[in-house]
Write a new protein. Structure first.
Length: 294
């Protein structure tokens, strides 16, 4: 690699000044300098481009020089959403998330696939993370609770599988009915509430590599003033009585993302008449336009 060609790559990047400063910063580390100097020309050009617009990934590579070896790898290869590795802590999961984010960003800047795949990868990474953290958050003796009696729904961009790089995740929680649970009502409430609180804290807690995701629970029934979770019957009854157009539109993008999938699909079937009315009036269409404008 000649200095002239490297300067050409820097000049052609999104922010040449930032690219030059960050590339020099990486090359101050001997191992990183050797790794960068050994990159093929096209890979180096793409790395310079990435450094020019992502200060976060520049700092991430600085802290973890070994991630340069991931450039060009397919993101999310071989992930199993329901797999919960008891040996994986939150710090390890945060590192994993940003390693995958580096791969996704690389896939994006090389423009070798449709942007829909980028959105799908970002959404898949969030869904995998939600499953992992939910597994960490439940007391092991109650693990059957999240497998059979508790479901996490993704709404908004996560539900539609169109998450972007800076999106928070819109979530809602539903449990089995108390009469269909193996737990007494007070035990069910305690288990669910403690799990949700640990779950939200773990997703938003900052570690040395950043945090996992910001969580938005305001799309649940009654918004921020509503309960953290409701049973499936309570949830169905709430939406049967709802006349708010935005709640119908929100559920167009709702889907179960973690926990008891059977419970989630049951609720989706119950809400089908609420979401998809037999007919749409002019007023319905105007409400949709107004919501989109806001």
């Amino acid at each position: 690699m000649t200095a002239t060609r490297l300067n050409d790559y820097i000049a052609a990047s999104a922010d040449p000044d930032a690219a030059a400063i960050r590339l020099d910063g990486l090359r101050e580390d001997r191992a990183l300098r050797q790794a960068i100097d050994g990159l093929p020309d096209e890979t180096l050009r793409q790395l310079v481009h990435l450094l020019s617009f992502s200060r976060f990934l520049y700092h991430f590579i600085s802290r973890h020089p070994e991630v340069l070896a991931l450039l060009g790898e397919e993101p999310l290869a071989g992930l199993v959403k329901a797999d919960v590795d008891a040996g994986m802590g939150l710090d390890t999961l945060r590192l994993f998330k940003y390693r995958e984010l580096l791969k996704i960003t690389w896939l994006d800047i090389t423009q070798c696939c449709a942007y829909e795949k980028i959105l799908g990868c970002l959404s898949g990474l969030a869904e995998y993370t939600v499953n992992k953290v939910l597994g960490f958050s439940i007391d092991p003796k109650h693990r059957d609770f999240i497998e059979r009696e508790f479901c996490v729904f993704g709404l908004g961009k996560l539900g539609a599988e169109e998450l972007n790089y800076s999106s928070d995740i819109d979530l809602m929680f539903v449990s089995a009915n108390t009469g269909q649970s193996r737990y007494e009502i007070y035990d069910l409430q305690e288990i669910a509430q403690n799990t949700i609180r640990r779950f939200n804290h773990s997703l938003e807690e900052k570690g040395k590599d950043g945090f996992l995701y910001r969580v938005d629970l305001k799309l649940r029934p009654w918004g921020a003033s509503g309960p953290l979770f409701m049973t499936i019957d309570e949830t169905e009854n709430y939406y049967e009585a709802s006349s708010d157009a935005w709640e119908r539109f929100a559920w167009l993008r709702g889907r179960p993302v973690a926990g008891a999938q059977g419970l989630g699909e049951d609720l989706k079937q119950r809400l089908h008449p609420f979401i998809y009315r037999r007919s749409l009036s002019t007023e319905d269409l105007q409400k949709f336009v107004d919501i989109k404008m806001k």
